[in-house]
Design a protein. Sequence first.
Length: 465
Amino acid sequence: MKITKICCIGAGYVGGPTMAVIAQKCPDITVTVVDINQARIDAWNGEDLDKLPVYEPGLDKVVAEARGRNLFFSTDVNKAIDEAQMVFISVNTPTKTYGEGKGMAADLKWVELCARQIAAASTSDKIVVEKSTLPVRTAQAVKDILDNTGGGRKFQILSNPEFLAEGTAVEDLLAPDRVLIGGDPGPEGQEAIEALVSVYAAWVPRERILTTNIWSSELSKLTANAFLAQRVSSINAISELCEQTGADVTEVARAIGADSRIGPKFLKASVGFGGSCFQKDILNMVYISRSYGLTEVADYWEQVIKMNDHQKARFAKNIIKSLYNTVNGKKITFLGWAFKKDTNDTRESAAIYVADHLINEQAQITVYDPKVSEEKIYADLEYLNTRSPEEIRRLVKVVYDPYEACLDAHAVAILTEWDEFVDYDWQRIYEAMLKPAKVFDGRNILPHEELRTMASAYSPSERQY
Ligand code: NAD
Ligand code: UGA
């Protein structure tokens, strides 16, 4: 079957960029991305390409090329579903905040709503593609709903998890390590798989398009994130050991990464991993393992999260200890709020938790991030539900100039590895800070030796890891 019309439900960090690249690379396919969030759709349709709802390097060019030609953004969900041969589900699947599985399981409310809406809106057969990250065996639930409420239409379910990382989404989509497609082993399932393979084959070499059964595909996504997060927690565990022993974690990472069996990527010690998915997907895997009675498997993976929580708390505690065990009323400047560089996404960012810890101690936090707005920073802190909006605004200030942010600060903490931070005039910052001026580098990006040997050296330049 030749696909000529695609609908994607969910115009978020995954749906937007993924569909923009499909549209760019497949000009003969009409791609309509739909969402219930009118403001988000308006922003995708906006004139100003600097104000797309997702900031990703290179995305503006892709959208500029395809939008209005064969890429459309709309809130008319039913119409787009009905017109398409293939419907992607790319909605959010956050950790449940209520009831059974609260704090662990994935909340599949939005996925189920999509399945029901696809069933109701379809007047022809469809291929339904799970793009969202889902617990293994979700496809069964999606199929049950479609088969029972779809008015006799035929639905093939595919799993096609997304592996893009934020900040490099366009790059990752244009040249993926692999595309994974899972489907039913029967002939109709294989035909559906082939239809999706043909879409990607427009730009991805065939040997990089892997096809599997549907459960392997669903589970591979959770497993990939668990392995990646586990590497970060492993190197962060070693960072603590380094601090006690005089070993240097960057040197250890280089030494072990040179072993081709280990490899150099994902070995950067940090203030802790953030992002919308690592924690949620591991918690989800822990929950699934426990629900099958696999206690050891669940405990093993849960440790990755515990180590990450420990790393975030440890960073905050080190700041307090180094500022003579009190930060009450002291100005601490955060450079960076996003969970990594080159994104405006702040979900689960370590900065939120470090700030919360320091605010508990009545510190005055000033934040500068090149891409994150004041509203977003306050919303992140309010979401924690640990204090009133008034108290947050009293203790946290957001400024849009880094030098102003550092003025009269007792300490500067690097929370995100934005490139521009390295190029700042650190002599000027030093002069503007209260003394002794302290820098806590949660990303290990600054030239610490240089900072220490400046005319009037930071005293001491705290190399955190
Ligand atoms: P997101 O919150 O940015 O976007 C989801 C969008 O879906 C929202 O705009 C929301 O309004 C919309 N939506 C929800 N229910 C809807 C409905 N019934 N009809 C229409 N629209 C609806 O989420 P995201 O970051 O794009 O993640 C989506 C999925 O992709 C998640 O399962 C996530 O785990 C997975 N994933 C995310 C990333 C990433 O880097 N963010 C990478 C790989 C996979
Ligand atoms: C991650 C995966 O890399 C993607 O493959 C996956 O598709 C995505 O999750 C998802 O499912 O959402 P992302 O969270 O966007 O992508 O970003 P990463 O580059 O993986 O970084 C995650 C966190 O780990 C960041 O806070 C980053 O700063 C931290 N990190 C990463 C480290 O602390 N050290 C490292 O060496 C690497």
